[in-house]
Design a protein around this ligand. Sequence first.
Ligand code: PMP
Length: 402
Amino acid sequence: MTNFVAASRVARIKISPSTAAAARARELKAAGKDIVDMTVGEPDFDTPENVKAAAHAAIDRGETKYTAVNGTPALRKAIIGDFQRRLSLQYADNEICVGGGAKQILFLALMASVENGAEVIVPAPYWVSYPDMVIANDGKPVIVECPQEQGFKLTPEALEKAITPKTLWLILNAPSNPTGAAYTRQELEALGEVLLRHPHVFILSDDIYDQVWFRDEPMTTLVAAVPALKDRVLLTNGVSKSYAMTGWRIGYAAGPAPLIAAINKLQSQMSSCPSSVSQAAAAYALSADQTFVHDSVKVYKDRRDYACARLNAIPGLSCQVPDGAFYLFPNCAGVMGRTTPEGRVIETDLDFVLYLLDGVGVAALQGAAYGLSPYFRLSIATSLEAIRQACDRIESAVRALR
Ligand code: PMP
């Protein structure tokens, strides 16, 4: 028997519930159960062939060694070019860092800045990792509920109320995982007004889904809408979602040089650099022809339209139409208090997703994991056929409730 005891920072956090739920769906499938898995948080498309070819070429050129801590010059140039092209944002070379996924960059950014219970404002519903990343780094997540009546978005009033002298960060994520909600330019300007009054607050703008964008008007982000905030915003992004490159593990950020330097210092002791081959592939993806992005967004948009129409036609459920990303976050208040054919009363969104899993073989995630109930999250990064099956099954499950 080992007497190993994990450090308190490990004991304080939990394993990502989305990872755990996806694992459970995989297990049930492996055991022969007929499961429609709607938990997946990554594109169902394969990485584009030309990006794979760029990786092969990098291997053939011998780009198989450590790179600079802040990434290869080619990748930094591609990142700077992408921000300039899409958002008209100018960043210098010393304002860019790269890491093993946006997730690592977010963790490093918090590790580089948070201590002694510094407060981090996390609007809910939130991506499941934010609160635990804050807690792991000795910070205090300050959860601000953003109800559906506000489009699941943070209002200037709620932001003003949440800020204290101990506030270090506000985390904004748009389009959001799990709701797909995004802020308009006017909404960002209104949040910006509050933030300009509180110069001690930094803003982590997690824009990982910004290219999975369905609205006609172009997507915008806080620092583009409120340029006066530029030296207080860390803009994080990556190639995982836009280019179907989750397994390549490349994320990056742009922000004030001293923060970037602190992140790079940690990175130098943590991983030295992300994979050289993946960096070459990411540099290519960001600077080559963008047909893949446009084509995949069209597919996601068709799926979104289909799934929202189906869910909104089910009595007891209602779904806000996402502006971007590939998730739906339907409201299930209308099924609370109802009874399953097995005689179980549905009291929480967890009860409902367990009923969907056991009753009709649909794997989804409970809103509680994202900090807002009663909702559930469905991923549409799966085939239209799977989405149709899931909607059929959810409909029959809801109709079977008494
Ligand atoms: N932010 C959000 C909101 C996400 O949903 C994800 C992926 N699930 C990430 C960041 C991290 O992406 P990656 O580490 O693959 O770049």
